[in-house]
Design a protein around this ligand. Sequence first.
Ligand code: ZN
Ligand code: ZN
Ligand code: FE
Length: 764
Amino acid sequence: MSVLQKAGLRISVSGIVQGVGFRPFIYNLAEVNRLTGWVMNTSNGVEIELAGSEEGLQRFLDSLRANPPPLSRIDRLVAEPCPPGDYPAFEIQASQPLPGEFLPVSPDVSICPDCARELFDPADRRYRYPFINCTNCGPRFTIIRDIPYDRPNTSMAGFPLCPRCAEEYHNPRDRRFHAQPVACPACGPGVALVAEGQRLAEGETALRLTREWLKQGKIIAVKGLGGYHLACDASNAETVAELHRRKRRSDKPFALMAFDLASVERHCIINPAERALLISRERPIVLLEVRPGTTLAVNEVAPGLSHLGVMLAYTPLHLLLLEPAEGFPEMLVMTSANLSEEPIAFQDDDAEERLAGIADAFLVHDRPIHTRVDDSVVTTVFGQPYFIRRARGYAPDPLVMPGRLPQGLAVGPELKNTFCLTRDSYAFLSHHIGDMENLETFTSFEEGIRHYERLFRIRPEWIACDLHPNYLSTRYAEGRSKAEALPLVAVQHHHAHLAACLADNAWDSDEAVIGLTFDGTGYGTDGAVWGSEVLVGGYTKFERRFHLAYVPLPGGDLAARKPARMALAHLWKAGLDWEPDLPPVRELCEEERTVLRAQLERGLNAPPTSSMGRLFDAASALLGIRQVSTYEGQAAIQMEALADPNEPGEYPFEIAQENILANRLWEELLADWRKGTPVPALAARFHNSVARLALDLCLRLRRDTGLQTVALSGGVWQNRLLLEKTANLLMQASFDVLIHHRVPANDGGVALGQALVAARSFNR
Ligand code: ZN
Ligand code: ZN
Ligand code: FE
């Protein structure tokens, strides 16, 4: 028997190590290896000090490295020997936030397998309890009012723990140790079904009645994690069409929810990357290809589209709602509960008032939602996640940036707004706020900024905004910069897109790249409506090298809703006749066309635009796909859905100095259309043409400047067909291609770009 040699070890771990059961895991690992000492959360992660045998310490370290807790992600682990402390036992010490320091706040986490098992275990005391959660899962960001993240600082403050829950909460060996939202049927929140102001039922009866009504084709507002959804049977075409009517936004696709992967697979085709996203702890809405023969009401759920937005049930309430049963729908529509354009409803009175004409009944609960958060929407490109909307499950996790950023605030653009706060090496990009077109959205923008500033202890030293003088976000930035005497940086929209893509890829230099920033609209330095900007630049400066030749945008922003008018504007610009058999010509009556022509000729309420989004709209209208868009980008999205991916043909653009001309493209496209070439082939050729154009522009710039790296940013790059074709062409020509993968390519990423442009300009 050898004499026990006592040694000491100090370990710091950073990464995703808080709110994921890390400290109880460490506690148990220390006990197993007969080590004493302590573990503590700090601002940077977790600190551990251990004393015990050399062997025990080594085993501890090996297990930590090999098998960390399932939800954790260790980015950095530093272990250093130290003199062994004289500790009586191993203990979990209270976290001590240092003044001015912040503790990370976890995003909401979908229900874990352990809790899901207990939920359906008749022997468990939380059997069928809709708010079951643990250290590894449950609400986080949506219920936090302030830090430190303790129960009194959450919307669970009104639910004192019963003795059994308290015992679990305080026991480091329990999987509910320090789970702030822990609850049970005896002490926690409950559900109720409300219709016409009447509380019809509670608990299990409320759930049963809700399911009965859903089966019958009723529309039910369901209070969830970050807000209300509108739920109905996704295979009932009549009900889904009725929901479109009641929401007054006609064609915008609805998201679907399923109980499990098997149900999704019966209706959609899933590749491995999509599967991984669906079952991830974030559980976003994933865009999936429709499986032929599905019984879902596809035409009503997603009119004119080839993909459905699907998510798996992510809370215990959703699992109970969707539990498979004979005759019960396999998938439910679960769409944000709002009228078109308004933010998702999340407060009870407000929801019942605003949704009164839409929902037949309300399945409510009494756990307050502190911050409304929408579902995230993600697709995959080259086997990697590609964000359309970054919200639940991801925010408010900060993005780690290369280098230190001074504390600042970027307020983002007008549409798909997010804002971004910076400090240390973090960019806190907010959850999706929405289109800043009404008071409700503006209010949640203002409240959101204050909430993030308080949570993460940030006092902005500068403010960044869009160059557009009339954006509500810009006005907010101007007001605050005056009131607090802070410098204001106005960042050109497409420069912000470029910087967002660099930041997304952790680009760490002021070196220039080629930026293909293609989107619908952004205010240019010359006052025109930009949108096909080929830039050479980096974080701190940019030059505009090429863009689509200006075309009048008849009716300004309204033109985005009327692709037919945009098509005629493009034909007019290209000197082509408005032949009476063309679909957009047939769409408009003679009087409308006369007014439009006058508008184009005189430039009346028709600002010049180089928008790539509008070029896609025009093509969609010319091909007879879409003459009116009922939501942003509809014409282009439906054209993408129709395009034949195997069609190789293409049409030429011409380049004259900085101008890109589409004249020949329109001529040849129309000639082929007259020959009767099928629309799917023509739609594909249009995509191919833009991809080829992108390559040509980059080749020219490489010859001029020697630059090798190309960043693809802006909402047009949500078009997967275009993105994959373009990126493939560029890679074949040996370019390094940067695409987004942590933030959306659309305007949801602009605030991050603004933040980096401003921070870098102050950091020099
Ligand atoms: Zn759990
Ligand atoms: Zn309890
Ligand atoms: Fe944009």
